[in-house]
Design a protein around this ligand. Structure first.
Ligand code: LAN
Length: 650
C-alpha cells in the first residue's frame, strides 16, 4: 500500500494553535511537564503520622496548606474517601482525622466533629481497612495484637515458594517491607497527652475494653472492595500462631534482612523510594534504628519531592512526579500536529529531558535485592527515582523515534538499543508485559490480598496498556532500523496474540491505569495495528463498534472511575475531553477518522476548548488497583491536542 500524502484539513487549526501554546507555556525549564499528581487520600495522613512518630510536625506553611487541602476534600457526610472523588471510608476518614489532630486542629472543631459523627457509628478505628490499623498501631492508637500479622520472617522463607515476598508486585512488596520491619519490632510512637486524647476520640467505646481478637477481623463494609478470603484467614491464623512462638534470634535475623532490603531500595532511588508510602515508612524505620543517623537525614532531604501546591492546598503526590510519562506523550502529540517551526523549541527541550532521564545502569546487586536489570529503561518520573517501567520505556522510546526524523532525538542508537533490550527482557511467558518486572508468581496469589481497599496488588501481571506500548515501541524500532530482527518480530507477534486473547467479548479492553474502557481500547487497538493488523481485522471492527455504541448524542465520550471498580461502562454526567480524545485516537488509528462518529467527536472536542486554550477541568482520568483515582494533570492539555491533530489528517 503506498502511503497517501497526509493532507491536513485545517478545521482544528486555531484550536491546535492555542492548545500548543498552552503546552509550551506550561513546560518546565528542564523540558518536562511537572504537575499535580494528587488524588489518593491516604498519603498525607501517613506522612503526618510518620513525622509525628519521629517527633516532628510539618513546618508551618506546609502544615497550613495540608490542613486546607484536607478540609477542602472532606466529603459532605463528614468523612474522606479513598481518593478525592470517592465516597467516605473509615480507613481514610479516621486517618485524615488523626492527621488534622496531629497538625493542631482542635477536637471540637466543627469539621472534626462531623468526621467523628461519620466514622464512630461505623465502628471508628476498629472498623478501618487494614492499612489504617497499621498506621494507628505505629502511633500507639491501636494494639499490634489487633492487626493481621506481617512477620518479617516471611522474607527468610525459601525463595522458590510461590508466595515468597520477592514475588509480589514491587509496590506491594515495597510497602509491606517496612511494614514488616515495624511490625516485627512492634514499633510505636512515645505516649503523649495528645495521642491519649485522640485515642479516646477515634474509638466508639472504652479502649481498655477492646476485644483485639475480634478487632482483627473487623472491617466496615465501606472499606471492603476485596473481601478477605478463607485462604487469607487461614494464612493469618498460621502467622498468628507463629507470632506467639517466634524466637528472638530468628526475629533479629529477619529484621536485619528486611533492613538491608530497605537500605538497598533507599540507595537505588536516592532516598526518593518507589512511592510515597514506602518513602515515609522507610524513613520511620531508620528513625527507630538511629534517629540521628545519616539515613534519616537523607530521607528528610528528599521529602519535598512529593509535595505539590495547587489551588486546593498542598497535597502529597502519588509519585515523585509523572514527568517522563507526560513528556513522552506530549512529544507524540506535538509531533502529530505536524511539528512546525514554532513547536521545535518545545520538542527540543522535551528531547533533552527524555535524554537526561533514561536509566543508564543496573542497580547494585540486582539479584540479591530482587531487582530486574534496569539499564536502558525509562522511569515514570525521573532517572533519580531509578525504577524503570515497561510502558514508560516504550513511550520514551516511541518519543525518541518520533523526534528522530525531525533531527531532534538526542538519545544515541546504542542507548535506544538498550531500551529495546530492556523491553525484550520484560516480556512475560504469556506474551504480554507487566509493569516493573516479569510476572514472578501465580495470579491466584490475589486470594491473599490483605489490603481490603485495593484489588490486583499481589502479582505484577500482563496488562493491555503495557503490552500495547511495548509492541508499538518495538514496531517503531523495527521500522527505524530497517533491517530484520527475529527477536523483535517474535516479541511483537507474541504481544499481539496476548492482546487478542484478552479482548473482551464486546470488543473492548479494560484499562487498569486509566479510566477505563476508552483507555484500554485505545491501547488494544493501537497494539494490534502496530503489530500489523489490517483495519478490516474483525478484532478492530468490534473495538470501534464498541466505542461508537457508547458515544453520547452530543458526540462526546464519558467514563468515570466506577467503570474500573465495577468492570462495566459507567457513564459520567457530561462528556469528558480526555475520554473523548482516547476514543477519537482509537477510531482514527483504525481508519475511521472520516466517519460520522469521529467527525462529531472532534466537533465536540473543538467546541469544548476554552478561550484560554485549555479544556475545562473534569473528573479524574487515572486509576490504580481498580479502586483509587489519581489525577494526571497534563492529560487535559495533551490528549485533546493529539486527537484533533490526528482527526484533521486525511
Ligand atoms: C502508577 C503510575 C504509573 C503507572 C503507568 C506507567 C501509567 C502504568 O501504565 C503502569 C503502572 C504505573 C507504573 C503505576 C502503578 C501504581 C502506582 C505506582 C501508580 C498509579 C502511581 C501510584 C501507584 C502506587 C501503587 C500508589 C501507592 C499505593 C499503594 C497501593 C502501594
Amino acid at each position: 500500500m503506498s502511503a497517501a500524502p497526509e493532507v491536513r484539513v485545517p478545521r482544528s487549526e486555531p484550536i491546535l494553535q492555542r492548545g500548543l501554546e498552552v503546552l509550551a507555556s506550561t513546560q518546565d525549564a528542564e523540558g518536562s511537564w511537572y504537575g499535580d499528581y494528587g488524588g489518593p487520600q491516604f498519603l498525607i495522613p501517613i506522612y503526618v503520622a510518620g513525622l509525628h512518630v519521629m517527633g516532628r510536625v510539618p513546618e508551618s506553611a506546609q502544615r497550613e496548606g495540608l490542613v486546607a487541602y484536607l478540609r477542602r476534600h472532606q466529603n459532605a457526610d463528614g468523612g474522606w474517601g479513598l481518593d478525592v472523588e470517592s465516597p467516605s471510608q473509615v480507613f481514610t476518614s479516621v486517618l485524615n482525622y488523626v492527621a488534622l489532630r496531629l497538625m493542631g486542629v482542635a477536637e471540637d472543631n466543627t469539621g472534626l466533629r462531623r468526621a467523628r459523627q461519620w466514622f464512630l457509628p461505623r465502628g471508628g478505628a476498629l472498623a478501618s481497612g487494614a492499612w489504617g490499623k497499621i498506621i494507628l498501631a505505629l502511633l500507639g492508637l491501636y494494639e499490634y495484637r489487633g492487626l493481621q500479622p506481617v512477620p518479617p520472617e516471611l522474607w527468610l522463607l525459601p525463595e522458590s515458594l510461590p508466595f515468597h515476598p520477592s514475588r509480589l508486585w514491587c509496590h506491594c512488596r515495597m510497602v509491606y517491607l517496612p511494614m514488616s520491619w515495624l511490625y516485627g519490632r512492634k514499633a510505636r510512637a512515645p505516649e503523649s497527652p495528645l495521642l491519649a486524647s485522640i485515642r479516646r476520640e477515634i474509638f466508639d467505646g472504652d479502649y481498655a475494653q477492646v476485644d483485639w481478637t475480634a478487632a482483627r477481623e473487623r472491617v466496615s463494609p465501606t472499606d471492603v472492595y476485596t473481601p478477605r478470603t478463607v485462604w487469607l484467614k487461614a494464612a493469618n491464623q498460621l502467622m498468628l500462631g507463629y507470632e506467639r512462638v517466634a524466637g528472638k534470634q530468628l526475629r533479629e535475623r529477619a529484621l536485619d534482612f528486611a533492613l538491608e532490603q530497605i537500605r538497598a531500595e533507599d540507595e537505588a532511588t536516592h532516598y526518593i523510594c518507589i512511592g510515597p508510602i514506602n518513602k515515609v515508612l522507610n524513613m520511620v524505620v531508620w528513625h527507630f534504628v538511629n534517629p540521628e543517623g545519616p539515613e534519616v537525614r537523607a530521607h528528610l532531604e528528599r521529602l519535598p519531592d512529593y509535595f505539590y501546591e495547587a489551588a486546593d492546598g498542598i497535597k502529597m503526590n502519588g509519585y515523585n512526579s509523572s514527568e517522563l510519562w507526560d513528556t513522552a506523550f506530549a512529544v507524540q502529540a506535538v509531533v502529530a500536529t505536524g511539528a512546525s517551526e514554532a513547536t521545535r523549541p518545545m520538542l527540543a527541550e522535551a528531547a533533552r529531558f527524555i535524554e537526561a532521564n533514561q536509566v543508564l545502569e543496573d542497580t547494585r546487586e540486582p539479584a540479591r535485592f530482587y531487582r530486574h536489570p534496569s539499564k536502558g529503561g525509562w522511569p515514570f518520573s525521573t532517572r533519580e527515582h531509578g525504577w524503570p517501567i515497561s510502558d514508560c520505556t516504550a513511550e520514551g522510546l516511541k518519543a525518541c523515534l518520533a523526534l528522530a526524523p525531525l533531527g531532534l532525538n538526542r538519545v544515541s542508537e546504542a542507548r535506544l538499543q538498550d531500551a529495546v533490550g530492556f523491553i525484550l527482557s520484560m516480556q512475560n511467558k504469556d506474551g504480554g508485559w507487566a509493569t516493573y518486572e516479569l510476572q514472578r508468581g501465580p495470579q491466584v496469589l490475589e486470594v491473599l490480598n490483605p489490603s481490603d481497599v485495593f484489588s490486583t496488588i499481589m502479582v505484577d501481571i500482563s496488562y493491555v496498556e503495557c503490552t500495547s506500548a511495548c509492541v508499538q515501541a518495538l514496531a517503531a524500532w523495527r521500522k527505524h532500523i530497517q533491517r530484520p530482527d527475529a527477536r523483535v518480530d517474535e516479541a511483537i507477534a507474541r504481544g499481539a496474540a496476548f492482546i487478542r486473547k484478552i479482548q473482551r467479548e464486546d470488543g473492548s479492553w479494560v484499562g487498569s491505569w486509566g479510566v477505563c474502557f476508552t483507555y484500554g481500547t485505545w491501547f488494544g487497538v493501537n497494539g494490534l495495528l502496530a503489530a500489523g493488523a489490517s483495519p478490516e481485522d474483525p478484532a478492530l471492527r468490534r473495538a470501534t463498534a464498541f466505542l461508537r455504541s457508547y458515544q453520547r448524542s452530543d458526540g462526546s465520550w464519558s467514563e468515570v472511575v466506577e467503570s474500573c471498580r465495577q468492570g462495566r461502562w459507567v457513564e459520567g454526567k457530561e462528556g469528558h475531553a480526555v475520554n473523548t480524545a482516547w476514543a477519537l485516537l482509537t477510531l482514527a488509528a483504525a481508519g475511521e477518522q472520516a466517519s460520522d462518529s469521529a467527525r462529531r467527536g472532534a466537533q465536540w472536542l473543538r467546541g469544548r476548548q476554552q478561550a484560554d486554550g485549555r479544556w475545562p477541568p473534569e473528573p479524574i482520568a487515572g486509576i490504580f488497583n481498580r479502586t483509587c483515582a489519581i489525577h494526571y494533570d497534563a492529560y487535559l492539555r495533551i490528549f485533546p491536542v493529539w486527537a484533533l491533530a490526528v482527526c484533521d489528517k486525511r
